[in-house]
Design a binder for this molecule. Sequence first.
Ligand code: HEC
Length: 167
Amino acid sequence: MTGSRPSPTKSSADGCGALVYAVALAAVIASFADDARTQEQLRPYTVVGDAIPQSLTGAKGDVERGRNIVVNRQVGLCLLCHSGPFPEEKFQGTLAPDLKGTGARWSEGQLRLRIVDASRLNPGTIMPPYYRMDGLTRVAPAFQGKPVLTAEQIEDVVAYLATLRNE
Ligand code: HEC
């Protein structure tokens, strides 16, 4: 009778070991991913006139992810300065043009350059460069050595802004 008891205990201990291992592995993977992000080289891009005509990733971004980045107070911070068609957002910025209608005013390439590095168009702008690493002062440690947004996130934001066609 007693001889039959230990086996479930033993197998549950094994399960626990596997869980600990899986968690440790996940942590290692996460730290590698973080390293990879920290060392992400900026992808090369070409400015033509006042635009970056080509996608930074070679692909189209995702409209819904882009909207989430724009309204997110930790990621995009756009609403610190901008307002836009976001009825659910109570506090919106008044320091910059309203984002509604931006997709009608600007091409995707023009939007891309404005997000990547608005200072190329207006050296005195207060809008932060979202895809630049050099020439920045007062960069928070979490943002050092990497752009504020990844190339994928830039494309998501561009894809979303391009849908804002109503004034
Ligand atoms: C610190 C303030 C600030 C933040 C944060 C900011 N912007 Fe701006 N943005 C501006 C200002 C000011 C302008 C007006 C042009 C200029 O000064 O360069 C502008 C211009 C723009 C334009 C051109 C608008 C037009 O119709 O002329 C777009 C598009 C834009 N911003 C998108 C964004 C997005 C998307 C984000 C977030 C990822 C963002 N901005 C974050 C201040 C900001």
